[in-house]
Design a binder for this molecule. Sequence first.
Ligand code: FAD
Length: 369
Amino acid sequence: MDRMDRIWGAPPWRRENAAARQLKASAWPEVAVIGGGLTGASAAYHLARRGLRTILLEAGSLGDGASGRTGGLALEGVAAGVIEGASDCLSTLAAIVREERIECGLSLPGCWEIAHRGEGVELPWHDEGGRLRILRTVAGGTVDPAALLFGLLRAALRAGAEVYERTPVLRIATRPAPALEVPGAMINPGAVVVAANAWIGELMPPVRARMRSALTFACATERLGPDALIAIGLESGLPFYTVDTPYLWGRTTADGQAIFGSGLVYGAAARLARIDVGAGEAKLALDRLEARVRGLNPALAQIRVAARWAGPIGITDDLVPILCRMPGAPETLIAGGYSGHGVAMSVKAGRMAAAAIAEGVALPAWGAP
Ligand SMILES: Cc1cc2nc3c(=O)[nH]c(=O)nc-3n(C[C@H](O)[C@H](O)[C@H](O)COP(=O)(O)OP(=O)(O)OC[C@H]3O[C@@H](n4cnc5c(N)ncnc54)[C@H](O)[C@@H]3O)c2cc1C
C-alpha cells in the first residue's frame, strides 16, 4: 500500500504505476511542471502537444494529492461560481477525454444543488433535524478521477513529456530565471508551472496570504443493490452538493457504491501530510461524517462502509483559484487552489497555463500574490 494511503486512507479509485523514469541530470527541459495531479498532468499534456520539451516532477506517487482522492464530481466554473475564463470547463474536459479516448466513465447528466432550507423536491434524507431538498439541477456529472488522471498522463507521455515520481522540488528560485532544486540536481527550465495545489504555499511563500491548506474527508459504502439505491433516492446517478451548511457532497459509482464527503481540518501542508485518519481530529471528522451518512436514511443505517479517506485541498480567500504568472518572475506560473471545486477546472487551468507559455495567451491573473 502507498505511504499516503496508509495515513490518509485508500479511496476506491484505482491508481496506477505510470511510467516514471530516473531523472537525468542532463535533462534540460523547456518547461518543468511541479505536481502530478490533474493540473500538472493537463499542463504537461498540453505543453508536450505544442512541441515543448516538458518534464513533470511529482514528489510522491502520481495522484498522491487531491486528484487521486477526490470525489470526482465534474463541475462547471470555480467554487465562487461561473466566472469569466472558467465558463467551459466541462466541454474542455469532455473534448480531451474524447480526443485521447480516455476511459474514465465521464458522464455529464447534471448535478443536484441541495439544501437544508428553501423550496425544492424533498430527498428521503434527514439531516440536521430536517429533510434535504433538491433546489435545482446544474451542469455537471461524475468521472473516475484516477482513470482520468492516468489517461491524461499517458497522453502526455505519448506526446513526449517525461514524468518523474518521487522527485520532490525542494526549492524554486524564480529570478533571474527559474531554477529548481531536486535531490542531487539543479534544473534550469525556461518556464515552470507550479501545480502543487495544497503545497503551493510551501514552494511559493507569497501565496500563503491568499490560500489555506486543509484536509477534507470522504467515505464510500459497500455496493448497494438497485432497491437500496431507490430507497435512498440515488437511482438516477446524479451527484449532489449542498449550497448551505453543514456541507455535504456525494455521488454513486459505476458499480453502485455511494460516496459522501464533508469536513475540513486546516493546517500547513507539511502538518497535513503527517495526519493519520485513524486517530485524532481526522478520525473524529470521519466518524462524524459516517454517523451523518447512517442517519440520512434507514437504508443506510446498517450499511458497511468500505472505505474512509482524506485528501488535501487549497482554499483561497475568495474561492477563486490561483492562476497567474508570478509578479516580477513571469516565467513562473502558478495554477491551483480550487477550493474543493477543481476536477474540471484543473484540467482547464493546465491547458490555460500551457497556452500562456507556448503562445503568450494572457492568463486571468487570478490571485496573483
Ligand atoms: C476528498 C476530496 C474530494 C474532492 N471532491 C471534489 C469533487 O467532487 N469535485 C471537484 O471539482 N473537486 C473536488 N475536490 C478538489 C479536486 O480534487 C482538486 O481541486 C484537484 O484534484 C486539484 O488537482 P491538482 O492537480 O491541482 O492538485 P493535486 O492533485 O493535489 O496535485 C498536486 C501534486 O503536487 C505534488 N507536490 C506537492 N509538492 C510538491 C513538490 N515540492 N515537488 C513535486 N511535487 C509536489 C503532490 O504530491 C500532488 O500529487 C476534492 C478534493 C478532495 C481532497
